[in-house]
Design a protein around this ligand. Structure first.
Ligand SMILES: [Zn+2]
Length: 82
């Protein structure tokens, strides 16, 4: 939810969108913080530009779900809740 993380995530969203589209697992649970369904797949990027773990991020308030090595796992974790 802090700005530095959101900036890093924003850099990786474009690259992750393609993967999200062909991914069978989709977020089905609304954002627990603001109730929005404006969710997007994101991927953390290190300062060196290396791609890291996936997460599901709320496009409305910026809340992020649990990080996971694979996008499907991140989606499942988001759907499962905290
Ligand atoms: Zn939200």
């Amino acid at each position: 939810m802090s700005d530095p993380i959101n900036l890093a995530v924003a850099r990786a969203v474009k690259a992750t969108e393609k993967e999200a589209k062909r991914n069978e697992e989709q977020p089905t649970r609304w954002c627990p913080f603001c109730g929005s369904m404006n969710l997007q797949a994101a991927r953390y990027v290190s300062d060196e530009g290396e791609l890291g773990t996936f997460t599901i991020e709320c496009g409305n308030c910026g809340a992020a779900g649990p990080p996971a090595l694979h996008l499907e796992e991140a989606v499942r974790a988001w759907n499962k809740g905290p």
